[in-house]
Ligand binder design. Structure first.
Ligand code: F6P
Length: 361
């Protein structure tokens, strides 16, 4: 092995630079390999100018930095690439071009760091003969075959910190504070930050909620002299019998517009049925930014080194993963088959409920 490539695809998350640094250090210092950094995800393979040799200097000092020094994009699916034709956007397969660039660059193995979208693209490229190993990345923690993805821990810290801050102002002003957090179709960020941040209500996509029960829970607290409440709503949570707020992007755009976002929807309903003052905080991309936690720096670094070990063994088509406290690997195919969602009957949900947190059911 002489030369490998690395790219980061999809939404960024804290810890990406730790992976890149781990791969470059392990490859250059320990193995004498060269590493080509591909900018802006798979898009970078359409433009040779975006593929450059990564040196030890390039990765110096990047461990505490959020984002990715390689850049990323959600757009670049080479199997369905958007181009303008006769005034319309059409999608074409340009994957041969991607494979060709890798060959021209002399890249003998590619490390794809990404969430389920990027890993699905990786799988299709493997079918075309590209030797790929994957590193799972997402703040949503929704990838199968790994206990945790890096980035998730940092996002959780951000959400928990927001809840701590909302508590004092909620209490002072006797308000119902609703914190809307990310997570796409999964409720991990809402559930874990809600437990850690002492939320009174947690709404997750895996448990459709009944708005009446939430109003009752908030009202019960008020009767007991607790004149404020804290609600964490995952962006994908939706009312029972109602429509899912975030399921498919196109559908989501329409529904979010109609409901004004899940946080706004819950605030409106509570304001109407209880006549209490409500405020909504949409935490948004703050959850994706900032310096990675110790946990994410360490996990990202270990994932990077494991990716090199897989390449050495020729274990292509594998994704590095965390099982318990150990770094292992699993087939990419298994990781992308379905999303890892919160188990509504699982111990984390039970613990939340025993702590007196209402989950809307
Ligand atoms: O998958 C990560 C994530 O941050 C989700 O939690 C969120 O729904 C989505 O990406 C936001 O994507 P964008 O950056 O395109 O707005």
């Amino acid at each position: 092995m002489k030369r490998i490539g690395i790219l980061t695809g999809g939404g960024d998350c804290p810890g990406l630079n730790a992976v890149i640094r781990g791969v470059v250090k392990g490859a250059v210092i320990q193995r004498g390999w060269e590493v080509i950094g591909i900018e802006d995800g798979f898009d970078g393979l359409l433009d040779r100018g975006k593929c450059r040799l990564l040196t030890l200097d390039d990765v110096r000092g990047i461990l505490p930095r959020g984002g990715t020094i390689l850049g990323s994009t959600n757009r670049g699916n080479p199997f369905s690439f958007p181009i303008e034709k006769d005034g319309k956007t059409v999608f074409i397969d340009i994957s041969d071009q991607v494979v060709g660039t890798l060959k021209e660059l002399g890249v003998e193995a590619l490390v794809v760091v990404g969430g389920d979208g990027s890993l699905k693209i990786a799988q299709e490229l493997i079918r075309k003969g590209v030797p790929i190993v994957a590193v799972p990345k997402t703040i949503d923690n929704d990838l199968m075959e790994t206990d945790v993805t890096f980035g998730y821990n940092t996002a959780l810290e951000t959400a928990t910190d927001a809840l701590d801050k909302l508590h004092s102002t909620a209490e002072s002003h006797h308000r119902v504070m609703i914190l809307e957090v990310m997570g796409r179709y999964a409720g991990w960020i809402a559930l874990e930050s809600g437990i850690a941040g002492g939320a009174d209500v947690i709404l997750i996509p895996e448990i459709p909620f009944e708005i009446k029960r939430i109003c009752r829970a908030v009202d019960d607290r008020r009767r007991r002299g607790r004149r404020f409440s804290i609600i964490v709503a995952a962006e994908g949570a939706f009312p029972r019998g109602g429509e899912r707020v975030v399921r498919k992007k196109a559908e989501a755009a329409h529904q979010i517009e109609r409901l004004g976002g899940i946080g706004e929807y819950v605030a409106r309903e509570i304001g109407t049925c209880l006549d209490m003052d409500t405020r909504v905080t949409v935490l948004g991309h703050l959850q994706r930014g900032g310096s990675p936690t110790t946990f994410d720096r360490c996990l990202g670094s270990r994932f990077g080194i494991k990716a090199l070990e897989l390449i050495e063994k020729g274990a292509f088509g594998q994704m590095v993963c965390l099982k318990g406290r150990d770094i292992r690997s699993a087939p990419i195919e298994k990781a992308v088959r379905k999303l890892k969602l919160v188990n509504p009957g699982g111990d984390m949900v039970r613990a939340a409920e025993e702590l007196g947190i209402m989950l809307g059911r």
